[in-house]
Design a protein around this ligand. Sequence first.
Ligand SMILES: C[S@@+](CC[C@H](N)C(=O)[O-])C[C@H]1O[C@@H](n2cnc3c(N)ncnc32)[C@H](O)[C@@H]1O
Length: 277
Amino acid sequence: MNNIMPNNTKEILEKYNIRLDKNKSQNYLVDNNKLENILKNADIQPDETILEIGAGIGTLTIPMAKKAKKVIAIEKDPLIADVLKQRLIREKIDNVELIKGDALKIDYPPFDKVVSNLPYQISSPVTFKLLEYPFKKAVLMYQLEFAKRMQAKPDTHEYSRLTVGLYFRCNAEIIDTLPPQSFIPQPKVNSAVIKLTPKENIDLPPLFDNVIRALFQHRNKKARKALIQSAHELKTDKKQLKKQLNMIDDPLLDEKVFKLTPEEILKITQLIGEIIQ
Ligand SMILES: C[S@@+](CC[C@H](N)C(=O)[O-])C[C@H]1O[C@@H](n2cnc3c(N)ncnc32)[C@H](O)[C@@H]1O
């Protein structure tokens, strides 16, 4: 392997006597070619603020800080965050805002791009959370299976709430895949890096995310039944919704959820918006 930068993750972990815990999503990147590819795709500019979720000991943080105006690095494990803090001091890097905390529980300061080898345990909630923030680009590592769901087509096993939630907001592109050997400790599955580029002019109805949630709780059922069974997601009364939906003769409501295209789900959202006032 033609390593461009020295990777001293193992030495650093030994030096600080850190034992990584797979159960805490602590799979650290040790493949520098893959790291270089993430940085290349992130294309960090000197005036940009980068958000990093799950910074670990700084494998991505430190090279990003050397390119960016600022890196906001979030790390939940206090021992590991302390190691990163010491490394930043030792390397005289002063443009990293290190936040010790749970990325699902804190509000993020404004950022231009988000670049992270994400903790896989929180892939889904953290992705939906990120979608609430404006950003120019995201370069994110996920489990390969999860990444495939982000760009899946209707009527496939991977097509999910995540696919539809992303569809109108971002273009999702798998830009690299990584074998378990790219990490220590090695995960059981392959990984992938996804690039998300926000789409312009998104004006989704306020109920859109509620409708997706309601539908995909019953992905093998017909849309009408799924919506009725998950009426709570639409913050409406189940009996009332059943009555209203049963009066509508629209073939979309008789289609199975996993077969509905994102555009059709948008139409259903508009329909729901009209009946739940
Ligand atoms: C996959 S590792 C990536 C570490 C490093 N960025 C790298 O690429 O080698 C994910 C990191 O996220 C941290 N983590 C796990 N859950 C977290 C959460 N809810 N909020 C913030 N960090 C979390 C873990 O402690 C771990 O350091």
